[in-house]
Design a protein. Structure first.
Length: 337
């Protein structure tokens, strides 16, 4: 009977990378003061025995880090392992446990480069497993439920936090002290309750199977950096980033990606010297940057990131620059993904 059940269940692999979901604090009262990336994947899985009712689960420790320290090499390593597993006949879904600080970047990266319709779910937690009301267990349970379900196929890379199913493209960490931290300006795709998913909408942007990018053909990512806009800003950071080899600079602009008149000449000059300039916005609720609104992008030959926040714009720019150096192509890619 057990064997029969096992054969019916989906096979889900959990790739662990660290973060608070693998964190440990000194006491149960430590919800904010603790060390991330301490607990190994086998212990994480053993901590949620109910996973066995959802899927045949096995774990792999890909890395053990706090996600603010993730590098482009880490992204490529993870992406390539996900692709290998997705190609494997005995894998139905993949869960990635991840620190929440850059979870939205990794989820978007995988959404762009994994050529599969198998569910890929990225998950983290806001409190370590040692804390009262730790959220990691349920988030992981929900992630495995979604990754093992047929309904999640072809919907792009997903994030399950706080009972919601979010698109990896849209979702962003909006606060660092609540379990209700991950939000999308366009709303969640669905909910997962008691191991069952309920879907309400679908991503409209190109992703995974429909993407023109493939992790298998990417061996390195170009340097793309971010500079922040604010009152009285100078052009020092932009110039320094370019001097240090940035192929593109994401302008984390004020408002609708506006650029201070103190910075505009430097950005025009950098573009003439071959650096791509991509205007995004650091407004909290979700930016919406349009071409030639606020700045003459056609004349300057700049690109706009539309609704992508600066850190997501960096991910897309890196991936796009592995294929093209043309600013018009780059802009097309920013509209489509
Ligand atoms: N809640 C978290 O996961 C944050 C912990 C850590 N800074 C990380 O991103 O890995």
């Amino acid at each position: 009977k057990d064997l029969e059940n096992q054969q019916k269940l989906a096979n889900v692999v959990i790739l662990a990378t660290g973060g608070t979901i693998a964190g440990a604090g000194a006491s149960a009262a430590n919800s904010a003061t603790y060390q991330a990336a301490k607990v190994g994947v086998d212990k994480l899985i053993a901590g949620v025995p109910e996973l066995a009712n959802l899927a045949n689960v096995r774990g792999e420790q890909v890395m053990q880090i706090a996600s603010e320290s993730i590098t482009n090499e880490n992204l490529l390593q993870l992406g390539k392992r996900v692709a290998e597993l997705a190609d494997s006949k005995d894998v139905d879904g993949i869960v990635i446990t991840h620190g929440t600080d850059t979870l939205e970047e990794t989820a978007y990266f995988l959404n762009l480069v994994e050529k599969t319709d198998k569910p890929i779910v990225v998950v983290g937690s806001m409190r370590p497993g040692t804390a009262m009301s730790a959220d990691g267990m349920l988030n992981l349970y929900n992630a495995v439920a979604v990754a093992g379900s047929k309904d999640a196929r072809g919907k792009g890379v997903l994030v399950t936090m706080n009972d919601e199913i979010q698109s990896g493209r849209d979702v962003s960490k909006t606060i660092n002290i609540k379990t209700e931290a991950f939000k999308s300006p366009w709303g969640p795709l669905g909910m997962v309750v008691e191991g069952k998913s309920y879907w309400f909408r679908l991503p409209a942007k190109r992703h995974t199977q429909d993407s023109e990018f493939d992790i298998k053909t990417i061996s390195s990512l170009p340097a793309v950096d971010i500079a922040y806009g604010y009152g009285n800003v100078s052009d020092t950071a932009y110039k320094a980033l370019a001097q240090n080899g940035a192929k593109a600079i994401i302008h984390a602009g004020t408002g609708n990606g506006s650029v201070s008149s103190r910075v505009v000449p430097a950005l025009q000059e950098l573009r003439k010297n071959g650096v791509q300039i991509i205007r995004s916005s650091h407004v909290n609720g979700g930016g919406f940057v349009l071409r030639n609104a606020e700045q003459p992008d056609d004349k300057n030959d700049w690109v706009v990131a539309h609704d992508l926040n600066p850190q997501k714009a960096r991910i897309l720019a890196m991936v796009a620059l592995t294929k093209t150096q043309d600013s018009k192509e780059l802009q097309r890619i920013f509209w489509e993904y």
